[in-house]
Design a protein around this ligand. Structure first.
Ligand code: HEC
Length: 144
């Protein structure tokens, strides 16, 4: 009698634990799916949009890119890599006198293309930086 009761109780608690396990499994599953969906959503929200202003200034918009993108780590002296000096103050004359811009076909300008996809280094312009550089050349590559 006693043992029968014990058996019944035992089955009952086994059932309960099974249900609890299933419940925890479902909760874990739901949380995983939520985290996955939220992270996808988060990625699309923070992907920076390319915003190109009406006017691009060489001094204010382009020169700082050479610093922040890391170009000046290599292109920092007149006799350096590709004879290109991208330091602020030197960049304009170096780029224009060295033939690194192509006003007629801006997309083919070396200063735009070289580190876009298959450049000699892993340094790349961001989409935003590339858009600014291209716009600056399309507008005539002015020293503005
Ligand atoms: C790790 C060093 C390094 C960094 C950083 C670097 N470059 Fe260069 N770059 C080179 C080398 C090396 C060459 C090839 C030089 C040569 O062939 O004489 C080169 C060549 C170039 C050329 C000329 C390409 C040609 O075909 O004549 C341009 C323009 C240029 N780089 C622009 C940039 C810009 C813009 C950045 C930043 C986004 C940058 N570089 C960052 C090393 C670097």
């Amino acid at each position: 009698m006693c043992s029968f009761n014990f058996q019944a109780n035992n089955n009952h608690s086994k059932n309960f634990i099974m249900k609890l396990k299933n419940l925890l499994r479902s909760i874990f599953f739901i949380i995983s799916i939520s985290v996955f969906l939220v992270s996808c959503e988060w990625k699309t929200v923070v992907k920076p949009e390319v915003v190109v202003p009406e006017e691009v200034s060489f001094a204010a918009d382009i020169e700082p890119i050479f610093e922040s993108a890391g170009c000046t780590g290599c292109h920092n002296s007149p006799g350096g890599f590709a004879n290109l000096d991208l330091r602020s103050g030197n960049a304009y004359s170096s780029i224009t006198s060295g033939g690194f811009v192509n006003i007629a076909t801006p997309e083919e300008s070396l200063i735009y293309q070289v580190h876009l996809e298959n450049g000699p280094t892993t340094i790349k312009y961001s989409d935003q930086e590339a858009a600014l550089v291209l716009k600056w050349i399309q507008d005539g590559a002015l020293n503005n």
